[in-house]
Design a protein around this ligand. Structure first.
Ligand code: HPA
Length: 250
């Protein structure tokens, strides 16, 4: 495939394909870091080529700590991708981030551990100290926010994403601590993906889909279930294609 890919989308929990998009090609790649989570699908949206990778695998076989984040980004990079839109399914902590809200975070705190989180892991690799003060690429964030507006989709601009280890959900005390730290959203896959994207030199932004109130934040104090998470993601997934159409038209 010789045509430039304008954007890659990495789909999170409940986003294993892009509703309304017919894939034209499927790329099964190996990288210097091993295999990515699954095939990379490509399709045309409007006049642009788009790539898609399901972060957890198309059958959601990979828990967050076992995702080969480096292989995923290397495979996209090898296909010529330079811009990545991460879709992250998250819990909401701040009052503005209730279920079914879409948000474009601007900060991250990393609470994960034991994940390979850098391209400098192997002996002899050049040591990188990339700037990460603004962990998401501001120009892509702004394009994404403008695309949401043009598509008529409400979105919360900004927020701090707390990346937890999972795969279990958090305790109420853990979420209270994240809230005190300034986190508005909690998910399990935001890191090391964002940090690696910066090391790869990729433009990278996240569209967070709030699937549930994080532990202790639900006024009704209901238990968090996978059914609720998937149903809420499903109910807003129809917004993804219109947002992408606008993003690719800009
Ligand atoms: N916590 C962490 N990750 C999540 C959550 C949550 O409540 N919901 C969806 N992903």
């Amino acid at each position: 495939m010789n045509e430039d890919i304008a954007l890659a989308v990495i789909g999170g929990t409940g986003v294993y394909r892009l509703p309304g998009v017919q894939w034209q090609h499927s790329h099964t790649l190996q990288t210097r870091f091993g295999a990515p989570s699954g095939p990379i699908r490509t399709a045309r949206i409007g006049s642009a080529q788009v790539a898609f990778l399901a972060r957890h695998g198309e059958g959601h076989a990979l828990p967050p700590h076992q995702i080969n984040y480096r292989a995923n980004l290397q495979a996209l990079h090898d296909l010529g991708v330079r811009r990545v839109l991460a879709i992250n399914t998250v819990g909401g902590i701040g009052a503005a981030y209730g279920p079914r809200v879409l948000a474009v975070p601007d900060q991250i705190i990393d609470y994960t551990w034991g994940r390979i989180s850098t391209l400098c892991e192997e002996p002899g690799s050049p040591v990188l100290h990339v700037d990460f003060g603004d962990p998401y690429t501001e120009s892509l964030r702004l394009e994404l926010l403008a695309a949401c507006k043009a598509a008529g989709v409400d979105v919360v601009a900004g927020g701090c994403y707390g990346a937890t280890q999972g795969p279990r959900l958090e305790s109420k005390a853990e979420i209270a601590r994240l809230g005190r730290d300034g986190c508005d959203l909690v998910g399990m896959t935001g890191m090391p993906e964002a940090g690696l994207a910066r090391e790869f030199g990729l433009s990278y932004a996240s569209l967070c889909v709030v699937a549930n109130w994080a532990a202790g934040c639900d006024p009704a104090n209901a238990e968090i279930t996978l059914e609720e998470v998937l149903a809420n993601v499903e109910s807003v997934s129809g917004h993804l294609l219109p947002i992408l159409e606008q993003l690719l038209a800009s």
